[in-house]
Design a protein around this ligand. Structure first.
Ligand SMILES: *[C@@H]1O[C@H](CO)[C@@H](O)[C@H](O)[C@H]1NC(C)=O
Ligand SMILES: *[C@@H]1O[C@H](CO)[C@@H](O)[C@H](O)[C@H]1NC(C)=O
Ligand SMILES: *[C@@H]1O[C@H](CO)[C@@H](O)[C@H](O)[C@H]1NC(C)=O
Ligand SMILES: *[C@@H]1O[C@H](CO)[C@@H](O)[C@H](O)[C@H]1NC(C)=O
Ligand SMILES: *[C@@H]1O[C@H](CO)[C@@H](O)[C@H](O)[C@H]1NC(C)=O
Ligand SMILES: *[C@@H]1O[C@H](CO)[C@@H](O)[C@H](O)[C@H]1NC(C)=O
Ligand SMILES: *[C@@H]1O[C@H](CO)[C@@H](O)[C@H](O)[C@H]1NC(C)=O
Length: 657
């Protein structure tokens, strides 16, 4: 069979014009794509002719008539058909290999797959340039090359794809030069919805041509060094650029202030009014002139927090500051700047300190923004500003805040104070933990110099989280539900000491906002199936989320719904399939298996079982967090030497794993 195919190929070469692809997609994949991404990658080893085509990881196939090859049905005869890789009527449809430890470069032959529509290679370490040829691809419409190490400029040929392009994402690379403008004027790329060129090193002007794209819904050019011209769009993220001057007219559309953060001096709606100009029509506005003053990411927290606060000349804090959760009946209408409730360990904080702190945005969620804030005395705190209107009235949140302020445990980030401003804005003041990364960053963001996360370290993190959660659940006053367990809410320091943040915050929120948290948890896979309203969350739903988090730690994959973009995976389902297929050992993150001689004796298998038990669909059979702690303690990795050395960087500069 193989030999006759070879002869046919030669015959075709001799008789057909060169533009016709003569080799099958399989040949192309094995001879050009696989070697280009480094041949010995553990996932790519499944791309071999002794493995049935359906089981080649990260790929989807279609027949010439574009019907999909049915690979999802394990009992279908296609699934284990070894001859499919020789079938010339089967074509590559998509490559989806996010977080697959791919290195190497993007081969120009990617353009030769006639039916290839999606190319998802985000969160790898692919370097080099984006090949010009990519723009000559026949069917490509979804491109995500985000979070790699790509450099050079984006070839203008990419706009050849304009007519069918749905999304193009190159977020978080080292791409430079200007964002390429289509060669053809007045091009509208009617199907393009996502245009994400954020977090690169692009320079030059704002890509105004995007405004001509009719259906584009998300434009992200944040985190570059772009300058701003006139533009009008529906959704726009231009934060952290080198923009300054007067904002152009956005056609009456509303934007949040945060989308403009981290630029130079900007004024005009939705930001502050431009001085000496009426409604933003100063000399700057006319030409959309850019006055570039500063780069960088420092934002004055006072713009958001203290901007409209009256400066308090005579400090009279005693009226406004209440220690140890004490409140003052007159506090709310005392006419001051608002009230500060101090908890143990926050005694040094004063109202003035907090209001005059200058901060830098660390994280944003749907209910607020967290700042790293510098105090006048040189100290640093973490401030979480809750979105206006997101909190309950104080009669309802006060008891909860006081309860949260009393929690102290080594695995929980302590709340030191709480501030409510006159306009109802609320700030939660926590310790700032220097050099801490979120577990989400550690697990999913490929960055050079990131520490190796072997099993010993992951176990330490998992155990700390479990202990923190167990402490909340067994709180003596009244059990506390965390309510928002996720890897973004776990902070990890250089010694892999992990701490939970955002404990019980949902208790302060109005139901609508609390349910937004729940919706986010659902999208990210952490929501327990029985939980429909945030107000019903309880320790069992926390345990479910912890189970997902533990799977995330073990598998190194982002939980979520399969099929959504960016490589989110229904983790319990993946494990179930692997167990059925008897490939359980393959579900573990490759990094975790390093130095492990027996996954059984090292407690890996037990941890996987435990995690699956925690995300049991029936709440009643889930273990308690005390039980989880006990099991994790009983099944420790044997070699824990790596625990006691601080995070050494991963080996090699060009292979950040
Ligand atoms: C082919 O793939 C299978 C897994 O599907 C793997 O076990 C085997 O080692 C691979 N063979 C080669 C030669 O890479
Ligand atoms: C899977 O394939 C088998 C065998 O072809 C078939 O009987 C079954 O209905 C298929 N299941 C689904 C869900 O398509
Ligand atoms: C396996 O695939 C080949 C090529 O598509 C096909 O000719 C053959 O009938 C298939 N075998 C089975 C058992 O489905
Ligand atoms: C592009 O559109 C503008 C305004 O709609 C028009 O003035 C210009 O002639 C067009 N250019 C081309 C090359 O079609
Ligand atoms: C805008 O971009 C910045 C930097 O890339 C990001 O941190 C922020 O979350 C984005 N804002 C929105 C609302 O998408
Ligand atoms: C920011 O803009 C100013 C003026 O346009 C320019 O001089 C400066 O080099 C820019 N900074 C960066 C980092 O691009
Ligand atoms: C990632 O790939 C590199 C080679 O490109 C390899 O040396 C390393 O072991 C891989 N890491 C993992 C965790 O598989």
């Amino acid at each position: 069979m193989a030999i006759s195919l070879f002869i046919i190929s030669i015959a075709l070469t001799l008789t057909l014009p060169l533009t016709l692809t003569i080799s099958t997609d399989v040949d192309l994949l094995l001879t050009t794509i696989k070697p280009s991404f480094s041949n010995n990658n553990i996932i790519l080893t499944t791309w071999n002719t002794s493995t049935p085509l359906c089981q080649w990881k990260g790929l989807k196939w279609v027949y010439t008539n574009q019907t999909p090859l049915p690979c999802t049905n394990i009992s279908s005869p296609h699934y284990s058909n070894l001859s499919l890789s020789k079938d010339n009527n089967i074509h590559l449809f998509s490559i989806q290999l996010p977080s697959a430890n791919l290195s190497g470069t993007l081969p120009k032959q990617l353009a030769d797959f006639t039916s290839l529509q999606s190319l998802y290679l985000s969160f790898n370490s692919i370097s080099g340039r984006i090949p010009v040829e990519l723009g000559y691809s026949a069917s490509l419409s979804d491109i995500d090359l985000g979070h790699n190490l790509l450099s050079g400029s984006v070839p203008v040929s990419i706009w050849n794809l304009c007519d069918r392009l749905i999304s193009i994402r190159v977020h978080g690379n080292l791409l430079s030069g200007s964002i390429p403008e289509p060669g053809v004027m007045n091009i509208s790329c009617d199907s393009l919805i996502y245009f994400d060129f954020g977090e690169n090193k692009f320079t030059g002007g704002f890509p105004e041509f995007v405004t001509g794209f009719k259906n584009v819904r998300e434009v992200d050019v944040s985190g570059n060094n772009l300058e701003l011209g006139g533009l009008s769009l529906n959704k726009l993220n231009v934060s952290y650029n080198n923009f300054s001057g007067v904002l152009p007219d956005f056609g009456g559309l509303k934007f949040g202030v945060e989308l403009f953060e981290g630029n130079g001096e900007l004024c005009g709606p939705p930001l502050k009014r431009c001085r000496g100009s009426s409604g933003g029509l100063g000399s700057g506005a006319v030409a959309g002139v850019v006055i570039g003053l500063m780069t960088g990411i420092v934002v004055l927290a006072s713009v958001l927090i203290g901007y409209s606060q009256r400066k308090k000349k005579n400090r009279d804090e005693e009226d406004d500051v209440f220690e140890d959760g004490e409140e003052d009946e007159n506090g709310a209408d005392g006419g001051g700047d608002g009230k500060l409730i101090i908890f143990q360990g926050g005694e040094h904080l004063t109202l003035e300190d907090v209001l005059n702190a200058t901060g830098q945005v660390m994280e944003k969620t749907n209910y607020g923004t967290t700042y790293k804030a510098k105090l006048a005395d040189g100290g640093t705190i973490a401030l979480r500003l809750l979105r206006e209107g997101s909190c309950k009235d104080d009669g309802l949140w006060l008891p909860s805040v006081k309860q949260l302020g009393r929690i102290r445990h080594e695995s929980l980030v302590p709340l030191r104070a709480f501030y409510e401003g006159k306009r109802g804005e609320k700030l939660l003041i926590y310790d700032y933990l220097p050099n801490n990364k979120t577990l989400h960053e550690l697990l999913h963001e490929a960055r050079p110099g990131k520490p190796v996360l072997n099993w010993a370290r992951r176990h330490k993190i998992a155990l700390a989280i479990a202990k923190g959660l167990a402490h909340l659940h067994s709180n003596t006053e009244a059990p506390i539900t965390h309510g928002n367990m996720r890897s973004r809410n776990v902070l990890v320091d250089d010694f892999f000491v992990a701490r939970l943040t955002d404990c019980g915050l949902y208790k302060l929120m109005i139901p609508a906002v609390a349910d937004e948290i729940l919706a986010a948890a659902k999208a990210d896979g952490y929501k327990a199936p029985e939980l429909q309203k945030m107000k019903h969350c309880n320790s069992r739903t926390d345990v479910y989320a912890f189970g997902i988090l533990l799977l995330e730690i073990l598998l190194g994959k982002k939980p979520g719904k399969t099929g959504t973009r960016d490589g989110f995976v229904d983790l319990p389902a993946v494990v179930k399939v692997a167990v059925l297929e008897e490939t359980t050992m393959e579900v573990f993150d490759v990094e975790i298996l390093k130095g492990i001689r027996s996954p059984m004796e090292d407690g890996l298998v037990q941890a996987l079982k435990l995690a699956m038990g925690c995300c049991a669909p029936v709440a009643a059979v889930r273990p308690s967090m005390d039980e989880v702690v006990k099991q994790l303690e009983e099944n420790r990795p044997r070699n824990r030497s790596a625990l006691y050395s601080p995070a050494e960087p991963r080996s090699g500069i060009d292979t950040p794993f």
